[in-house]
Design a protein around this ligand. Structure first.
Ligand code: C2E
Ligand code: MG
Ligand code: MG
Ligand code: MG
Length: 276
């Protein structure tokens, strides 16, 4: 399946920013049908703690299994889901799937593991987001500390979102900043905002041992995070050189193909059982 993902399965949706009105409409209708037919599911990518080598968390990554077109990766539909507002029910579905999975693993006797869920700006701006999330957790007897919420910098920067962010933090969720360093934002928000963790974007990791500027930026991120007591995870780590550099500079956690690709729940379960 991983192979299909990179190939021609989603050619139709490949350039979502170049679509005309008709194409956007078609995708919107497919997404509506996908919600009704329950065509979304979730892969999980392990997050490894550098000091122990253990899996300490998972990131939930949505997948769409289209009956005709096969597996469609998120970059081919998330933008349209956001533009049409459909990301709200889709995002809620992801959270339901994740919480039900977490409950099932617990019932199978597997130690609780933190699962990170990506939140879109459209979800984040809902007035009752905290209550909606709380209800899904309650349905599955989970607590906020079981779940990490990933948001992006420009979401965190919006003044009207800071209250919801604080509310979620007060409830006990871990909050992380995804794709850290890639958007227009000021570092000042690190001081103001209730966050626990930053995720160094793959675009910087790629430059390790190739571009001194990327290395300098990563070291600066690790340094500031250390001073502010934030956890740091590096995303998209693929090579031994990248891993060594991050280890040497005291990055806490690693998420990348060098350890695991995103995997379906049954394969994750096997890994978790092995590690018990
Ligand atoms: P993201 O949240 O930054 O997720 C990390 C992406 O990097 C994932 O792509 C993951 O498969 C990929 N990745 C991880 N390690 C490596 C590596 O070593 N090499 C390479 N080349 N790639 C790596 P994926 O699953 O295709 O997701 C893409 C984006 O779609 C995510 O980026 C996130 O922004 C969005 N997304 C995924 N699931 C959801 C969801 O449930 N809700 C929302 N709102 N967005 C989602
Ligand atoms: Mg993410
Ligand atoms: Mg990211
Ligand atoms: Mg991203």
């Amino acid at each position: 399946r991983a192979k299909e993902e990179g190939k021609n399965q989603y050619r139709f949706y490949d350039n979502t920013f170049n679509l005309d009105a008709q194409e956007t409409m078609d995708i919107k209708n497919s997404l509506l049908r996908a919600i009704e037919q329950d065509e979304f599911f979730v892969y999980y990518q392990p997050q490894i703690e550098v000091n122990t080598g253990k899996i300490v968390g998972l990131e939930a990554l949505i997948r769409w299994y289209h009956p005709k077109r096969g597996l469609i990766p998120p970059n081919s539909f998330i933008q349209i889901a956001e533009d049409t507002g459909l990301i709200v029910p889709i995002g809620e579905r992801v959270l339901q799937i994740v919480c039900a999975q977490s409950k099932a693993w617990r019932q199978a006797g597997i130690s609780p593991i933190r699962i990170a869920v990506n939140l879109s700006v459209r979800q984040f701006s809902q007035q009752d987001l905290a209550r909606r999330i709380r209800r899904i957790l309650d349905d599955n007897q989970l607590e906020p500390h079981d779940i990490e919420l990933e948001i992006t910098e420009n979401m965190a920067m919006k003044d009207d979102m800071q209250a919801s962010l604080q509310e979620l933090k007060d409830m006990g969720f871990t909050i992380s900043i995804d794709d850290f360093g890639t958007q227009y934002s000021s570092l000042g928000y690190l001081k103001r905002l209730p966050i626990h963790k930053i995720k160094i974007d793959r675009s910087f990791v790629i430059g390790i041992s190739r571009d001194r500027k990327d290395e300098a930026i990563i070291m600066a991120m690790l340094n500031i995070a250390d001073r502010l007591n934030l956890t740091v995870i590096a995303e998209g780590v693929e090579t031994a050189e990248q891993l060594t550099f991050l280890q040497d500079n005291n990055c806490h956690e690693i998420q990348g193909f060098i350890f695991y690709k995103p995997l379906p729940a049954d394969q994750i379960e096997t890994l978790l059982i092995q590690q018990e």
